[in-house]
Design a protein around this ligand. Structure first.
Ligand SMILES: *[C@@H]1O[C@H](CO)[C@@H](O)[C@H](O)[C@H]1NC(C)=O
Ligand SMILES: *[C@@H]1O[C@H](CO)[C@@H](O)[C@H](O)[C@H]1NC(C)=O
Ligand SMILES: *[C@@H]1O[C@H](CO)[C@@H](O)[C@H](O)[C@H]1NC(C)=O
Ligand SMILES: *[C@@H]1O[C@H](CO)[C@@H](O)[C@H](O)[C@H]1NC(C)=O
Length: 331
């Protein structure tokens, strides 16, 4: 009977339309599915009076009352003292992507190098065509501290020694480059990458963003943790600037005893364009986003057969939050 339901519906519609006087054009009201359209500004306008009236909770105070399980932060690292095993060779990675992906890549590179008893060459940052940042490792991070903090765990050097480079005509392009699937397991590195490393003494892995799975044995996780929380310190110019910003934020949040929340919204053109979500900017927004998609991902979104359904993307919760939405969540 369900198969016939649409037929019945169409038949009924035809009958109904047939019975309408011909000079009246029926207005068709299309209703979009709940959650498929960006309506946060309207929602906010409706909530605002209630928010103003509600002075019963001090949200900020509640946020700061939460402490980590048991109330203490514990370091996840124990220090090693035994000497390092002999090196199986040199690993060179290219960390592509933005600052976050680069940082994760560095953690993964150290973890892999340690796991394979290899020597890591200071990771190279891929020059990105969008934000055109030529920074090298030492422009962003304190390289001396990095090498020193890892000295009991993983050998890290600035470049491969001459006697190795000689074998490759002093040209990195001649070094065997591994193309590794995203989120590969540590077992894959041991079974597939290690034999090649031992054979070649020097390998390259590029690109290297997201090339190691999240779950890994404790020895690998420990190294990731060591890098992220202890070995990676920002370089002096960055650290100095952030100290300035932090002290300003403390000063200016005097009302909450110097406690503040810093949020990286990442509501930026490329991110919004990539998401294919539609906001409330109308035609102008559509034009700008189409252009941004073409610049960033030439042809990827306009391929034949590619269907983009912004409403479905939004209903699946995959749209970047606008500043307004983030604030609504925080309060
Ligand atoms: C909340 O606001 C109401 C009305 O403005 C006022 O009577 C009340 O004292 C306020 N409560 C607090 C805790 O400030
Ligand atoms: C491990 O060593 C570092 C210096 O290399 C030191 O700062 C840190 O406190 C040590 N951690 C522990 C848990 O002993
Ligand atoms: C790395 O060295 C340790 C300590 O000598 C050893 O137990 C481990 O099997 C080595 N792993 C590899 C992949 O060579
Ligand atoms: C390095 O090798 C690549 C390919 O093998 C070659 O195209 C390039 O010109 C070489 N670079 C130098 C500086 O010799």
């Amino acid at each position: 009977v369900f198969l016939f339901a649409p037929l019945l519906y169409v038949a009924a519609m035809l009958l109904y339309m047939g019975s309408l006087p011909l000079d009246v054009v029926p207005r068709i009201i299309t209703r979009s599915a709940p959650g498929s359209v960006y309506r946060s500004p309207q929602l906010y306008a409706r909530l605002r009076p209630d928010m103003d009236a509600d002075n019963s909770t001090d949200a900020l105070a509640t946020v700061w009352r939460q402490t980590y399980k048991g109330g203490v932060w514990r370091p996840c690292i124990h220090n090693l003292t035994n000497s390092l095993p002999e090196s199986n060779g040199y690993i060179y990675v290219e960390a592509n992507g933005g600052l976050n992906q680069q940082r994760t890549s560095i953690c993964n590179a150290v973890a892999i190098a340690g796991f394979l008893n290899a020597t890591l060459i200071i990771p190279n940052f891929h020059f990105h065509s969008i934000w055109k940042d030529p920074s090298k490792f030492r422009d962003i991070y304190d390289e001396e501290h990095f090498v020193k903090r890892l000295q009991n765990d993983v050998r890290v050097v600035n470049k491969a020694p001459d006697f190795i480079m000689e074998r490759f005509g002093h040209n990195l392009s001649n070094v065997f480059n591994f193309k590794i699937k995203a989120w590969s397991s540590s077992t894959y590195y041991k079974d597939v990458v290690l034999p090649k490393l031992v054979e070649e003494r020097f390998i390259r892995i590029s690109p290297f963003a997201n090339r190691l799975s999240f779950d890994a044995p404790p020895v690998v996780q420990r190294l990731r943790c060591l890098v992220n929380f202890e070995a990676l310190k920002f370089s002096n110019p960055i650290a100095t600037l952030s100290e300035t910003l932090i002290s300003r934020m403390r000063e200016r949040s005097a009302e909450s005893n110097g406690k503040y929340i810093a949020v990286h919204l990442r509501f930026e053109e490329d991110m919004v364009a990539f998401s294919c979500c539609v906001y409330d900017g109308g035609d102008e927004e559509k034009k700008e986003m189409d252009v941004a998609r073409e610049i960033g991902w030439r042809g990827k979104f306009t391929r034949r057969g590619k269907v983009i359904r912004p409403g479905i993307i939004r209903m699946n919760g995959k749209c970047p939050l606008t500043p307004l939405e983030v604030c609504l969540h925080l309060i």
